[in-house]
Design a protein around this ligand. Structure first.
Ligand SMILES: [Zn+2]
Length: 175
């Protein structure tokens, strides 16, 4: 079971950037706090706004610098605070990963250059009501992506500055 929550501050950042980008895809990386076993709270995210209507190409150097600044800011506690994965928007498509997205994430989690054995891909878009919609999938080396069950954003509105946008509850297939 994997739970991914998004801090209210990050929701606002996503809403603003996705709205400003219009029909262009944008994205970045996710910085998270591990709250519990399989439970992550996204506390910051980078935004790279040079995507096109059909594509978003990540700029690895820019995001590496963002994560390095994040580690500086939280006092270098990688067990607790770390890079969690990637996000991008699908303004013209459903907020679920494409085949290409799934393949790219699988390659990334199996890439020996990066040290995480678990990564999340979050896809977001603005609904017709202007509210954020999203999905999240978890990836591990040599395993199929974790299927996510997504609950609506508004029904999860809560207090304490945490506004869970995504509640992922699933098991890795075959495990
Ligand atoms: Zn995509």
């Amino acid at each position: 079971m994997i739970d991914v929550f998004v801090h209210r501050r990050c929701i606002r950042k996503l809403e603003h950037s996705v709205f400003a980008a219009g029909r262009n895809e944008i994205g970045g990386v996710l910085a998270a706090k591990q709250v519990d076993d399989g439970c992550f709270l996204i506390v910051d995210l980078s935004v790279q706004s040079d995507g096109t209507e059909e594509n978003f190409e990540r700029e690895p150097i820019q995001h590496r610098e963002f994560i390095s600044r994040f580690h500086d800011r939280v006092g270098h506690k990688p067990d607790q605070y770390n890079y969690l994965g990637e996000w991008h928007s699908h303004p013209s498509h459903p907020a679920t990963p494409s085949e290409k997205d799934l393949l790219q994430m699988q390659e990334l989690v199996e890439d020996h250059e990066q040290q995480s054995s678990f990564l999340v891909l979050m896809i977001v878009k603005l609904g017709l009501d202007g509210k954020l919609r999203g999905s999240a999938h978890g990836f591990r080396p040599n395993l199929p992506p974790v299927r996510a069950r997504l609950h609506g954003i508004e029904e999860w509105a809560s207090q304490d500055g945490y506004r869970p946008v995504i509640f992922v509850s699933s098991k890795v297939e075959g495990v």
